[in-house]
Design a protein around this ligand. Structure first.
Ligand SMILES: *Cc1c(COP(=O)(O)O)cnc(C)c1O
Length: 346
């Protein structure tokens, strides 16, 4: 039996992970959005709802990735997760959630990644949830960048000096040897769901910023070899940084799972048309997309990430680059808790 299981899958199954998700995240057909964008029924639009994947503080993509990192943290005897994000970071809220639910502490550095200050921006939404969970939340004024930060290095040192054992989680749980595994596993999960549904999703649309969600999907799609297309939609507005990070994480994840697994350049696709010029601020296409998804199938997206990837999906169906006969899957990564901080945009 084991002979038939591909090498990458055997390896993936052997890597320890925590269990933070409800199970496979739901797959949902979006009939009204499909009809609106493709009145003849040529294109069918579905969503895999990783925004509903867990009971830990609303879940989302970071919780899926952190299943692997927290198992590693616990195996190494660490007692405190240290990470970084913007003021309304979904990631730091997820880090605080998985730490709490695992009996660990969390220190999160929350930087000024978005140069706006609407009412209650540093009090409501994600940051409120982190405080409610008892997280150690530290605000500073550093601008947006997906790389490693000095403030987290200082927090790591401080935990150590106080006798704790820190585990450093980079921005978005991405630039980490285990960062790409959660979304490689997502594709394995998806393939089983497709079998049950009798359907194949030829195109996956995913928002990309720190890159490991996108990278994991690429690895999963290349490894299964079904010619599935993964299209990343940049929401970083620094697409060169994101593209480089996606390719690097995809290749390091692939070679960890199977040294023979190669990721061709053609598998790494990042569409730069929908970031609206800046990370964390919606533009007209973002608002239009959020309203359309909400007003057709009552699917709620956020102005930082998912509204931008939804704008990409809408444009591609309208322009015909996602064409007749396609079953396209919108990979919904979460993010709705930030909405409360953006009320002034609506
Ligand atoms: C973090 C995040 C993303 C981007 O995912 P990366 O893996 O960082 O590229 C997209 N959507 C939501 C809701 C997020 O929280």
């Amino acid at each position: 039996m084991d002979e038939q299981v591909p090498v990458y899958l055997q390896k993936l199954r052997s890597i320890p992970k925590e269990s933070f998700l409800f199970g496979p995240s739901p797959i949902q057909f979006l009939p009204r959005l499909s009809k609106e964008l493709s009145p003849n029924g040529d294109v069918k639009i579905w969503a895999k709802r990783d925004d509903c994947n867990s009971g830990l503080a609303y879940g989302g993509n970071k919780v899926r990735k952190l299943e692997y990192l927290v198992a590693d943290a616990i195996a190494k005897g660490c007692d405190t997760l240290v990470s970084v994000g913007g003021v309304q970071s979904n990631h730091t809220r997820a880090v605080t959630a998985v730490a709490t639910a695992s009996g660990l502490k969390a220190v999160t550095v929350q930087e000024k990644w978005v140069p706006i200050d609407p009412p209650l921006y540093d009090k409501t939404g994600n940051i409120l949830l982190s405080r409610l969970m008892g997280g150690d939340v530290r605000l500073n004024n550093e601008p947006f960048h997906i790389g490693h930060k000095t403030a987290t290095a200082q927090a790591v040192e401080e935990v150590t000096n106080k006798g704790g054992k820190p585990y450093y989680v980079p921005a978005g749980a991405s630039d980490h040897e285990l960062g790409g595994l959660g979304f490689t596993n997502f594709v394995v999960e998806l393939a089983a769901q497709e079998k049950a549904l009798g359907i194949f999703f030829d195109t996956l649309i995913v928002c990309s910023v720190t890159g490991s969600s996108h990278a994991g999907l690429i690895v999963g799609a290349v490894a299964e070899g079904k010619n599935r297309k993964v299209i990343g939609i940049d929401a970083s507005a620094k697409p060169a940084d994101t593209l480089a990070q996606v390719a690097r994480i995809a290749r390091s994840t692939a070679s960890m799972l199977d040294p023979k697994l190669e990721i061709p350049d053609s598998a790494v696709i990042l569409d730069e048309r929908f970031h609206e010029g800046i990370y964390g601020i919606p533009g007209p296409s973002t608002i239009e997309a959020m309203e359309l998804a909400a007003r057709t199938d009552a699917m709620i997206t956020d102005p930082v990430y998912e509204g931008k990837s939804m704008a990409g999906l809408i444009a591609m169906v309208r322009e015909g680059s996602i064409g007749a006969g396609s079953n396209v899957l919108y990979v919904h990564l979460g993010g709705q808790p930030a909405l409360a901080a953006y009320s002034s945009y609506f």
